[in-house]
Design a protein around this ligand. Structure first.
Ligand code: DGY
Length: 315
């Protein structure tokens, strides 16, 4: 078995109990040729979302029968190619729900109340006696009584909704196949765009959701809407987002994820004054990352026993 990055020591031990483990010796991701060479004899591969598992890689790894990603998102894996090659694909749903929902709220509040800007204002020594408290200083948005629209009512979307109730927000949601959820009024995507004061994107990136929030979608939103993205950068058309921010229609974009990661430090969207940007840390808490690694191992352990993974990304 091949593992493309270091995992917690206990997790590795649990893996070594059941298989011969070949560990990539660095925290820098392998290039594709390096990965092909490294995993040449592997029947199972544990990877991260920064490893691209494409058709070319699969054809170059004839023994590979299982890919287990330490992530819930599987958009870095060509799922169709895996199906065709008979390769099982495991992922890690369930364990990063709260961490990601918490970070969604950190971004929502951070952008809505201009937390980073306010902190920088003081650090830059701009808070002086003459402006010690001003009626119009660092004004943000109210949340109570406002409408939060959640795009994608999976586990993370529902956890974001649960937190919204504590803030007194009305919650509406859009899911491609409507769900039975008592607390969330389900609406079409157009209605969600038209009615929401804040929009949270919590849907997986697939061919259907790529560029879901494009120029047309943004034109339907309320003036000054705040959009929060903790799902994947590719769901938002970043050019259209930048244009809408520049025109003053969208009021703010708070995002943990980018179409191309790592985002370029000079990227005009990332650097826009109304953008709060993070480096894909939605699931970055100690216990969540350990739980994700354990779940990825569980997938492989089960695969070794009966040829199927516990949490399949192919379902
Ligand atoms: C995932 O697991 O897909 C998340 O994006 C990691 O934070």
């Amino acid at each position: 078995m091949a593992v493309t990055r270091s995992l917690p020591v206990d997790v590795i031990k649990a893996l070594q109990d059941v298989a011969t483990v070949n560990l990539w010796p660095s925290d820098t991701p392998p290039t594709q040729p390096e990965l092909i060479h490294f995993a040449q004899d592997a029947t199972a591969l544990i990877c991260l979302l920064t490893d691209s598992i494409n058709g070319e890689l699969l054809s170059a790894l004839p023994h590979l029968k299982c890919v287990s990603t330490v992530s819930v998102g599987a958009d870095h894996i060509d799922l169709q190619a895996c199906r065709e090659a008979g390769v099982a694909v495991g992922c890690t749903p369930g364990v990063l729900v709260d961490a990601t929902a918490d970070l969604t709220w950190a971004l929502l509040l951070g952008a809505g109340r201009r937390i980073v800007e306010a902190n920088q204002f003081v650090k830059d020594d701009n808070w002086h006696f003459e402006n010690r408290w001003q009626l119009n200083m660092m004004l943000g948005i109210d949340l109570a009584g406002k409408t939060l629209g959640i795009v994608g009512l999976g586990e993370v979307g529902q956890a974001v909704a649960k937190r919204a109730q504590g803030f007194g927000m009305n919650v509406i949601g859009y899911n491609r196949s409507p769900k039975t959820l008592a607390q969330i009024e389900q609406v079409s995507l157009d209605q969600l765009l038209q009615r929401s004061d804040v929009i949270s994107i919590n849907v997986a990136l697939t061919d259907d959701t790529r560029d879901l929030i494009d120029e047309q979608a943004l034109s339907k939103t309320r003036p000054n809407v705040l959009i929060v993205n903790t799902a994947r950068g590719g769901i938002v058309n970043e050019e259209a987002m930048l244009a809408s921010l520049n025109s003053g229609h969208v009021g703010g974009y708070a995002s943990d994820v980018w179409a191309k990661e790592p985002v370029d430090v000079n990227d005009p969207l990332f650097n826009h004054e109304r953008v709060l940007g993070l480096p894909h840390i939605g699931s970055a808490t100690h216990s969540t990352r350990i739980a994700m690694a354990n779940r990825a191992i569980d997938n492989v352990r089960k695969f070794i026993v009966d040829g199927t993974v516990r949490f399949s990304a192919l379902d």
